[in-house]
Design a protein around this ligand. Structure first.
Ligand code: DHK
Length: 147
């Protein structure tokens, strides 16, 4: 069975009360429950991790080497400036999909740039919590067909 690491970066622990008009009312625990149910249907194992700290996220990405087959990650604001997270994803060389709950392209210009996207297999943005499940589906298809 393939294992997917689902990573969430800074402020995503605040989902449920944070800017509900932008991020919706589901908590991260609610989202993780739905993702776990989707994973089960797709025949994937999932592991969840959230941190507000760049180094902790990088350590977790490194730990995925040999313990996970793919990564789904919402890097939060690190998306826009963390070359270190980008380098960590590139280093482990696992298929990774970036997820954003909000449509970052409709928002402030600084959110239009992702420094992490170039090392990802793909990006899902603006579709809310279902984005994590779409990313899992895409990884399942990638594991099966290599696309
Ligand atoms: C989440 C964040 O915390 C922001 O910093 C990003 C992303 C967008 C999201 O839409 O999930 O800019």
């Amino acid at each position: 069975m393939k294992t997917v690491l689902v990573l969430n970066g800074p402020n995503l622990n605040a989902l449920g009360w944070r800017e509900q008009g932008v991020y919706g009312s589901m908590t991260l625990a609610d989202i993780e429950r739905s993702v776990a149910a989707s994973a089960e249907k797709l025949g994937l194992a999932v592991r969840f991790f959230q941190s507000n700290h760049e180094g902790a996220l990088i350590d977790e990405i490194h730990a995925a080497r040999g313990t996970a087959d793919g990564i789904v990650m919402n890097p939060g604001a690190f998306t826009h400036y963390s070359y270190a997270i980008r380098d960590a994803i590139a280093a482990v060389d696992l298929p990774a999909i970036e997820v954003h709950l909000s449509n970052v392209y409709k928002r402030e210009p600084f959110r239009h740039v992702s420094v992490t996207a170039p090392v990802m297999l793909g990006v899902v943005a603006g579709l809310g919590p279902i984005g994590y499940e779409l990313a899992l589906q895409a990884l399942a298809a990638h594991f099966e067909h290599g696309r």
